[in-house]
Ligand binder design. Structure first.
Ligand code: NAD
Length: 360
């Protein structure tokens, strides 16, 4: 099969990690008889330098012609980069928010998986880690508090700030369906996280999620309050398979879950719209402190490419092969500096990419 993949190399370590993911994609294509056509697009700081804007209409239009887009990471060092002397709407990160809404990317997926080889990086005690954990956080990305009306006004002589949290039933239903479908491909459990003891939006969330669950009788639905979930993630992370939650809770919980794995260079993510289209990117930033030094861990981006094959191109076998190749590189002891421990083999960004290609 032939597919068109958009590549956003971005800033900092972005170009280096995308190069390795592209190598892995090409090796996979050769092995399984596919052709990937790539289209390079600008976003973030490089786009500001080239066009004056963090995201142009051309990039949005080109992204829409692709089956999926793979992105490195964008942004620079806020203290030193001239990009951060621009007004907020013209800075690199504004481009990211804009492309998510322009492409209707309402579902954010962030897996948190503990590789046995990296368990020393996990900040939890050994008896809590047990046999490890493997969860996906499915976060609603285009509604809720971050997109509601907000303003600051003077009330009775005091400055008063207001943010509003709104969800309608359609927004809840479509993200819930995504979570149940993903759980169907995994261990068949959805934990829906809300604050239904306080918030109306959470009570609606719970009602609609229960309705959706009725269409998926093979999948277990559990409801959990967000404060309890924050605690359970560090008390017993293995209990979770798919966590379904709204925008702000998901923002916080997905960072907590990734910290629990202990290695930011390993964590992939996907943002999907109503069709099979998605934008795939590592969970980490552009790491300007190590850019251009061959020290960046490309695995989060390579695993994001595997997610792209699974969720946008429906190539499950190929995605499994990439994940297996990453696992073998770790089992064989290869480590970039961020995950290096004594007794393992230190490799550069491109050596890690070559090693994963060799395992395919
Ligand atoms: P960061 O994730 O870039 O870096 C945090 C720390 O982790 C740094 O020490 C970095 O060297 C290390 N690190 C990150 N990724 C790594 C990798 N693949 N391999 C090895 N080490 C890695 O976070 P930050 O420093 O807070 O942000 C830097 C820039 O990235 C900022 O401009 C920020 O706005 C941007 N950012 C972009 C995205 C995105 O593109 N989606 C996400 C988060 C941050």
């Amino acid at each position: 099969m032939e597919y068109k993949i958009g590549l956003i190399r971005g800033d900092g370590i972005g170009p280096e990690i995308i190069e390795e993911a592209k190598k892995v994609l090409d090796t996979t294509a050769d092995k399984y008889g596919h052709v990937f056509h790539y289209s390079d697009m600008l976003l973030g700081g490089v786009s500001i330098d080239a066009t004056g804007l963090p995201l142009t209409d051309e990039t949005i239009a080109e992204a829409k012609t692709c089956d999926a887009v793979l992105m490195g990471s964008i942004g620079g060092d806020a203290a030193t980069s001239p990009w951060y002397r621009l007004e907020p709407s013209k800075r690199p990160e504004a481009g990211l928010l804009k492309i998510r809404s322009a492409l209707g990317l309402f579902a954010n997926l962030r897996p948190a998986y503990l590789y046995n080889e990296l368990r020393k990086a996990c900040p939890l005690r050994d008896e809590i880690i047990g046999d490890g954990f493997d969860m996906v956080i499915v976060r609603e990305l285009t509604g809720g508090l971050y997109f509601g009306k907000r303003y600051t006004e003077e009330v009775d002589g005091k400055l008063t700030a207001v943010d509003t949290l709104t969800y309608n039933e359609d927004e809840i239903r479509r993200i819930a369906r995504r979570a149940f479908e993903i759980a169907g491909k995994r261990r068949k459990k959805v934990t829906s996280v809300d604050k239904a003891n306080v918030l109306d939006s959470s009570r609606l969330w719970r009602k609609i999620t229960a309705e959706v669950a009725a269409d998926y009788p093979e999948i277990e639905l559990e409801n959990m309050l967000v404060d309890n979930c924050a605690m359970q993630l560090v008390r017993d992370p293995a209990q979770f398979d798919v966590i379904l939650t709204e925008n702000m809770f998901g923002d916080i919980l997905s960072d907590e879950a990734s910290m629990v794995t202990g290695s930011i260079g390993m964590l992939s993510s996907a943002s999907l719209n109503e069709t099979s289209f998605g934008l795939y990117e590592p969970s980490h930033g552009s790491a300007p402190d190590i850019a251009g030094q061959g020290k960046a861990n490309p695995i989060a981006t390579i695993l994001s490419a595997a997610m792209m094959l699974r969720y946008s191109l429906d190539l499950d076998q190929e995605a499994d092969a990439i994940e297996g190749a990453v696992q073998k590189a770790l089992t064989d002891g290869y480590r970039t500096p961020d995950i290096y421990t004594e007794g393992t083999k230190l490799v550069s960004t491109s050596e890690m990419g070559n090693c994963i290609c060799g395992n395919l």
